[in-house]
Design a binder for this molecule. Sequence first.
Ligand code: PGA
Length: 257
Amino acid sequence: MQNPLIIANTKSYLSSAKHVYHIHDSVWQLMDKEKYSYYLALPATMIYEVSKEKYKAFKVGGQNVDTMEDGAHTGGTTCAQLSSAGAEFVILGHSEVREAGDTDTAIAYKVAQALGFGLMTVLCIGEKTRKENVSDTESTTSDYLDEIKSILVKNLSQIDRRSVEKLVVAYEPVWAIGASRPASSDQTLEAVIVIRRTLVELFGLENAKKIRIIYGGSVSDENIAQYVRESGVDGVLVGRASLESKRFANIVNSLYA
Ligand code: PGA
């Protein structure tokens, strides 16, 4: 994989920036080469402190923004605030945020706002269930592919095609997040083809080529090899396995190898 994109999503697992340093300082020591790098998605409250730390290995970003611009929005975090705290990217539309009430309309607005602001914008999309995941013999429908396409079209409905260079689409099947097994390389490849085709329809071939597609959902050092070789992705988004230095360093090293 050339120039892989690796994003660690610490969610709300870690309570302090100190804890983040502790893990990622060890990752840094365990990485094979200094030129390897990854992105670290943090709660908004930790971005400033962690981004000040001059680790060459990672770039810091946020896990969400709110739909509002500056103004009377108690509790909201804007793109401008994330950016001035040191964020270079943001994750949007994560299934855990959708579960908490974020709608496709809100996400479409956030994506346009974040891209307009110049943040690398990682849009997470994925089907809730797959029949074939229950039993391979039951797989008689491709409804999940329609679901993937429909979410993608809705969530990208507000953006200007000139801003797609900073767009990343993370294929994150909801059933594979926080689960015991990830999507297989075949399942991922099938979704990646649909996503790529939809991006071409929306933005044209040349623009679509600039958009990276990554996979997220139970990625670990034990299953990373399949994504490197066979699934057509440009990188991975890692939740739980990014909390253990050794496992995460193994993932980084495998993707660059
Ligand atoms: P997981 O989380 O790796 O713990 O499944 C992935 C994600 O939520 O993006």
